[in-house]
Design a protein around this ligand. Structure first.
Ligand code: TNX
Length: 508
């Protein structure tokens, strides 16, 4: 099938076809072998074919070739009656070619069970392709709801299929702490559990009264990192601080501004007033947590959140006021100081800080990358000042918002982000000159999960909007109607994987 998502930069169809069969082998040198292995893993279950390694010149083979003149992530894919040629500078391009080749096969190739009676035929094509942006991602909030590790693996597969390359894992929030930290066991013993689920309607604050919780061990997360890396996906971990820390404060009240009060892990939606205090011991706690986080995640960028930190507790805390006086700053400046401490720490460890756009307030740490969520403004300001930015303004990239008329949809958070809106998003704001525009790394879709209690529901909110975002990030968007027509074919690939996506309707 030549209806691909994301659409490649150029694709030309030629007469004839090639067929994958039990006679097909793979030619790959050691550098391309992981891509060959990925191809076997992707097409093996449905086709039952082993795709053994063969020597160059074998008839009908799939040949991986190194082509150093190609750009980062670029690939050329040529399907001819006598075989498939794949060229790329490195493994990343080779992997993209594998994903594209899988889409060119009949949709049944996406089945996890063997499918008999299908001719695994691919039309002859020539594709030259490379992404526009280096950051093509999705953020999944596992704090508000916990999802099983198996789902994270499946989600990685679905991202890779769309040639996305970043999974930003929001690991902690007021309503749950989801990563094992050996030095602070109560973070998961206490912080990973709450007494009520958040599946109710936020406006009426109705909850179903069910306890909810869970966390990932370091071993599970290391396994996920490795699995994702083999599919070309980097995992960017987030510990959200100094706000959104109620689960941690429930576990260790001494981290908060009212250590005498023991609070439960939050069970309601919204921005909670409880934030970390600014004691040296709390900064040390943050560094200890980041140290263990870095042991699990090799990501050069470490996300420290920084969003929605209400300043009321600091403004009424004698200790925080003393700190502001000592530093000669207001509460925004205090947050900036807090983030700055962690930024220096990460830099010492050879990593860099990334945070939501509130980290701009009170002054941005040098070398920090900004995720611009409240609007495009933060991104424009940061890029103009020479900082890298990931554009994720909520009006286009929030997949926790409704995708159609709320009357006909399951409960979601307030606003509307229909498929077309996502598709029509342009990540580089027109006002940026070329130098600042080069700091726009790319974009990502946000899955805040207050109202996504199950993995199935995450899929419903994510797809097909992530299909649209993938094409925006790849940089090949055109007419919406053309995309929609390709999407109809593409959804049969998701059907084969039993993805619980939202169906298209006459209004989509
Ligand atoms: C704002 S976006 C938040 C999240 C919520 C989301 C709901 C951001 C950095 N913070 O905590 O889940 O709105 O749409």
């Amino acid at each position: 099938m030549t209806d691909l998502v994301p659409q490649p930069v150029t694709i030309s169809t030629q007469p004839g076809s090639w067929t994958l069969s039990d006679a097909t082998g793979i030619v790959a040198d050691a550098a391309a072998e992981p891509a060959a292995q990925l191809l076997r893993e992707l097409v093996g279950p449905a086709t039952g074919l082993a795709l053994p390694t063969v020597t160059g010149g074998s008839a009908g083979a799939i040949t991986f070739r190194a082509e150093p003149t190609l750009a980062d992530e670029e690939y050329h894919l040529q399907v001819r009656p006598d075989g498939v040629q794949i060229a790329a500078a490195d493994i990343r391009g080779h992997r993209h070619a594998v994903q594209t080749l899988q889409q060119l096969l009949p949709a049944e190739v996406f089945s996890s069970d063997q499918v008999d009676g299908v001719k695994w035929e691919v039309p002859c094509v020539e594709i030259q392709d490379k992404p526009r942006f280096a950051w093509r991602g999705a953020m999944l909030d596992v704090g508000r709801h916990f999802f099983p590790t198996e789902f994270l693996h499946r989600f990685v597969d679905l991202l890779a299929m769309h040639r996305l390359n970043k999974l930003h894992l929001h690991l902690t929030d007021d309503q749950g702490w989801r990563i094992e930290i050996e030095k602070y066991p109560r973070l998961t013993e206490v912080g990973a559990w709450r007494t009520e689920s958040m599946a109710g309607h936020y406006k009426e604050q109705r909850f179903d009264g069910q306890p909810h919780g869970g966390f990932y061990t370091k071993a599970e997360l290391r396994g996920l990192v490795e699995y994702a890396a083999a599919r070309g996906i980097d995992i960017v971990p987030e510990i959200d601080l100094p706000g959104h820390m109620r689960a941690a404060i429930a576990a260790y009240p001494e981290l908060g501004n009212h250590p005498e009060k023991t609070l439960p892990v939050a069970t309601t939606w919204g921005v909670h007033p409880e934030v970390l205090n600014v004691e040296d011991s709390t900064i040390e706690f943050c560094k200890d947590v980041l140290t263990e986080l870095m042991e699990v995640f090799p990501s050069p960028l470490i996300h420290i959140g920084g969003d929605e930190c209400p300043k009321d507790e600091w403004n009424s805390s004698p200790a925080a006021q003393a700190k502001m006086a000592e530093l000669g700053v207001d509460a925004d400046g205090l947050q900036s100081w807090f983030i700055g401490q962690l930024s220096s720490f990460l830099t010492e460890k050879g990593r860099r800080l990334i945070g939501w756009d509130e980290i701009l307030e009170g002054g941005l740490a040098s070398g920090a990358t900004v995720m611009s969520w409240r609007s495009e403004e933060g991104g424009i300001e940061a890029a103009s000042a020479g900082h890298d930015v990931v554009m994720c303004p909520h009006l286009w990239t929030y997949f926790d918002y409704y995708q159609a008329d709320p009357e006909s949809e399951p409960v979601a958070i307030g606003r509307l982000t229909p498929l077309r809106t996502v598709y029509e998003y342009e990540p580089v704001p027109a006002e940026l000159g070329p130098e600042a525009a080069a700091h726009v790394l790319g974009t990502q879709g946000q899955l805040w999960t207050e109202y996504m209690p199950t993995s199935e529901h995450v899929e419903y909110m994510a797809f097909p909007r992530l299909c649209a975002l993938a094409e925006v990030a790849w940089g090949t968007t055109g007419e919406y109607d053309d995309f929609r027509a390709r999407l109809v074919a593409h959804l049969t690939r998701l059907d084969q994987q039993d993805v619980h996506y939202r169906r298209l309707d006459a209004n989509t």
